[in-house]
Design a binder for this molecule. Structure first.
Ligand SMILES: [Zn+2]
Length: 85
């Protein structure tokens, strides 16, 4: 899902697969599916883009998983060295 905001009137528009959503101000900010149109695109702000945020969340989780695995490895080797003693 895509959420955009028209900076001109401050209205937020949620994307819809088949319906066109538009604000009613003079910038004519509108969104249909993933295509965004308007008189001045610099007045349109992307508030939420699930396609992008999902990816970043996944890669962040992957990184965290790798980090936790790394630290677990270190802990285990520490335990091993203690066992040896
Ligand atoms: Zn507007």
């Amino acid at each position: 899902m895509l959420v955009i905001r028209c900076k001109n009137c401050g209205k937020q528009l949620e994307s819809h697969p088949v319906r066109t959503r538009s604000c009613q101000c003079e910038n004519y900010t509108s969104i249909r599916g993933t295509s965004i149109t308007g008189n001045d695109l610099s007045l349109i702000e992307i508030v939420r883009d699930d396609r992008i945020s999902n990816k970043s969340v996944l890669s962040k989780k992957d990184l965290e998983f790798q980090e936790s695995r790394k630290s677990r490895k270190i802990n285990r080797s520490l335990l091993d060295s203690i066992d040896i003693r």
